[in-house]
Design a protein around this ligand. Sequence first.
Ligand code: ATP
Ligand code: MG
Length: 232
Amino acid sequence: MPTEAAIAIQQLSKSYEESGRRHRIFSGLNLEVSRGEFIVLLGRSGSGKSTLLNLISGIDPPDSGSVIINGTDITALSEHGRTLFRRHHLGFIFQSYNLIPTLMVAENLLLPLELIKPLTQTDRDKVEALLNKLGLADRSDTYPDRLSGGEQQRVAIARALIHDPDLILADEPTGNLDLETGRQVLALLDTLVKKAGKTLIMATHSREVIGQADRIVSIRDKSLVSVDEFRP
Ligand SMILES: Nc1ncnc2c1ncn2[C@@H]1O[C@H](COP(=O)(O)OP(=O)(O)OP(=O)(O)O)[C@@H](O)[C@H]1O
Ligand SMILES: [Mg+2]
């Protein structure tokens, strides 16, 4: 059903099977996120933050419930349909980067563009400009395994943003960055939300990030709760 919200999560449940046993991660999660909202997702390690982001992105299917993005119920799409939807609408910054080891930095960024349409010089210029913005201008012809953790994280961020998605999901995107670089990355993401109207959901433990969010939610006891104790 069409909805005004950028994201509507309805009665979402997920469990994993482990040695023949069902291990419930969470159940009955509900959340509505407006366009242009910056949501911080908290929860202890193992509470299911990455799992939830994987469901919102359509990388994994839920056991039950739905995820509606810009009016499209992605949980009703085939796996291929979800992949196509993701390519066009979503930028995902993975906790473990997931860069393609056989592609150089610039090629890692060109790939999401190439999956949408044939590459042009404008695309190459865009890649160069974004790498420049993230302090990676001289790393474009390097393979990911030659980069530091923080450099890989910034490449992962650039790759998630290069196709200008309206929704950005970020899993601990500043976890491996020094304070100053983390601030720059946060400022970039914050600008995308405030000026370009992007919607951002970020899993993080960083107090600094928490302070900039429009809203804070947390996974507790397998449910999603609103949090305001971090507010000044
Ligand atoms: N593919 C999988 N198969 C089985 N169990 C899984 C799978 N993925 C995640 N889990 C389990 O689901 C639970 C939640 O994991 P998840 O990675 O979502 O936590 P998290 O909140 O992101 O933690 P962290 O803060 O450490 O990143 C964990 O107990 C984990 O072992
Ligand atoms: Mg995680």
